[in-house]
Design a protein around this ligand. Structure first.
Ligand code: NOJ
Length: 562
């Protein structure tokens, strides 16, 4: 399939920018939109096709922008609407699309809608939020717990009812069953679509509808996992049957899809969904029964799985297995909520992770700074700002470490903000040797590997749109797969261990290594006995013999245990 046969969101690579941390332009130690504008040329050089910008809306910043006070403006910390328009225009000029966050489930408690709602029980917008009476003993209406810790209900003394907050008490949940809320929020989408955005990343997309009867969640007696990663506190003690993933949410996403589609199919506007659901079938339901809901529910599984070849292979198999024809996969290795990939797997395996992310079938989302190997920052207790860490200290759940400022160069504060300003989060000590400037000059850096992977991906139909076929029977620490488009066949072989692996079997076939994570091998290899160096990944263009079908190829490449 020719590259241009795919829409931009399938052929491209998305780069997530956490705007507070990318580039400060006005000397307050917090990144902003003009800062992003000043770095578009870098992103173009890197080779990404779209940027997703986390929230920049007016906000009291109780959850750093995921508590929105006004959905249709820009917080002065980040700039103004005119700067946003300039950003969209320039990104488009650079050939990049712009995706923004849509915080669908909750507003800030300072949003005028909520200020009105809590003014009295008769207030016009009272029913825009989820209110319930106390139980006879005065306790919360049910046993639901907040992802940020404690009960999901907050008592409002003035009006004598509890309101629901799935996250922080300063983030009251909207009542999506109310058509007025739907109208108001659809107006928000229209506002940004009319400002030229190409898509939305929908925050906590699986949480918008809850059980209308507000039934108690049952206890998690079997101790099964309820989230991809432990959330601490009470969250694991319940099965979350009633507080999320209610089927009524699907009608909302179908309506959002219709709205997006109404903006034309030439340059489709898209929805990405943050869906934290472990069950693959339930997760895949957010594509819509007729692929008429969210274009890509984020595949967040790789963020928390143990870094082992067979675990990753199984996750990709599970993903591929639930995709109905036409459903497009995607992969994420880092975001603003999870530990950084380098801190999870180490610098050597981070190169394997990058090759994996950029060669799997489906759209990759790359988190800012992962391309230079940024690791989790050490945040001294007095600098902690994340509400999760404050509410559940010491459990390692805090998200400040993965949100430290982008490391651009060796100057004070890594070129993120002026030397005279203290950045909002501290930079790690090693930034003088680990930054964009240093790594651009080092041909063997992770940055240059990433840039070359992106270039290869975008110029190679097999990697962009080709089929995916895992290779079976490899040594335990290896994961290999074939990407094929027409005559073009590429084998990606990844060594998850720090010792050499041999893929060997009596068979035919020759390939040419087009890129190794070591960046030092461009040779013709015989697949009968192919040596992968410790911690090495290779992209091999198959050159001989004539294309086999996948089944035959799988047999050919099967290797006995070493
Ligand atoms: C998910 C976002 O990614 C996270 O950063 C935020 O705290 C919660 N949703 C609440 O909006």
């Amino acid at each position: 399939m020719a590259l241009n046969a795919l829409p931009w969101w399938q052929s491209g690579v998305i780069y997530q920018i956490y705007p507070r941390s990318f580039q400060d332009s006005n000397g307050d130690g917090i990144g902003d939109l003009r800062g992003i504008l000043s770095r578009l040329a870098y992103l173009r050089w890197l080779g990404v096709d779209a940027i997703w910008i986390s929230p920049f809306y007016p906000s009291p910043m109780a959850d750093f922008g995921y508590d929105v006070r006004d959905y249709t403006d820009v917080d002065p910390i980040f700039g103004d609407l005119a700067t946003f328009d300039e950003l969209v225009q320039q990104a488009h000029q650079h050939g990049m699309h712009v995706i923004i966050d849509f915080v669908i489930n909750h507003t800030s408690d300072r949003h005028p809608w909520f200020l009105d709602a809590r003014a009295s029980r008769q207030a016009p917008r009272r029913q825009w939020y989820i209110w319930a009476d106390a139980r006879p003993d005065g306790s919360a209406p049910n046993n639901w717990v907040s992802l940020f810790g404690g009960s999901a209900w907050e008592w409002d003394g003035e009006t004598g009812q509890y309101y629901l907050h799935s996250f922080d008490p300063k983030q009251p949940d909207l009542n999506w069953r109310n058509p007025e809320v739907q109208t108001a929020m659809f107006d928000v989408l229209r506002f940004w679509l009319d400002h030229g955005v190409d898509g939305f990343r929908i925050d906590a997309a699986h949480m918008i509808m809850k059980d209308p009867q507000l039934r108690d969640n049952p206890p998690n007696l079997a101790g099964v996992e309820v989230m991809p990663k432990p959330m601490g506190g009470d969250y694991e003690t319940q099965l979350h049957l009633y507080d999320k993933d209610h089927p009524d949410g699907h009608a909302i996403y179908a309506a959002i899809r219709r709205l997006l589609d109404s903006y034309g199919t030439e340059q489709p506007r898209i929805a990405l969904g943050e869906i934290h659901i472990l069950d693959w079938q339930a997760w895949a339901s957010y594509y819509g029964a007729d692929l008429d809901e969210i274009h890509m529910p984020f595949n967040l599984s790789l963020l928390s799985l143990p870094w082992q070849a067979h675990t990753i292979r199984q996750a990709i198999a599970a993903l591929e297995a639930v995709l109905v024809p036409g459903a497009w996969p995607n992969n994420v290795l880092g975001n603003h909520d999870e530990p950084r990939i380098v801190s999870r797997v180490g610098p050597a395996q981070a190169r394997i992770a990058m090759m994996l992310l950029l060669t799997l079938r489906g759209t990759p989302t790359l988190y800012y700074g992962d391309e230079i190997g940024m690791h989790d920052g050490l945040i001294p207790p007095e600098r902690v700002v994340d509400p999760i860490e404050k509410n559940k200290p010491g459990l390692g759940l805090g998200r400040d470490p993965e949100r430290t400022p982008m490391q651009w160069d060796a100057s004070p504060h890594a070129g993120f903000c002026s030397p005279a300003t203290e950045p909002w989060l501290p930079l790690p000590d090693d930034y003088p040797s680990s930054n964009v400037e240093v790594e651009r000059a080092d041909p063997r850096s992770l940055l240059n590997l990433t840039q070359r992977l992106l270039a290869l991906r975008s110029s190679t139909p097999a990697l962009t749109s080709g089929s995916y076929q895992p290779v079976e029977g490899l040594p335990a620490d290896c994961f290999a797969y074939l990407r094929q488009s027409g005559e073009q066949r590429y084998l990606i072989a990844l060594n998850f261990a720090d010792r050499e692996q041999v893929l060997s079997r009596e068979e035919k076939g020759q390939g040419r290594i087009v890129l190794s994570t070591g960046l030092d091998r461009e040779e013709t290899v015989h697949l009968a006995s192919f040596h992968l160096h410790p911690n090495e990944g290779c992209i091999i263009e198959m050159i001989e013999p004539a294309p086999l079908d996948s089944a035959e190829l799988n047999n050919d490449l099967s290797a006995g245990p070493m």
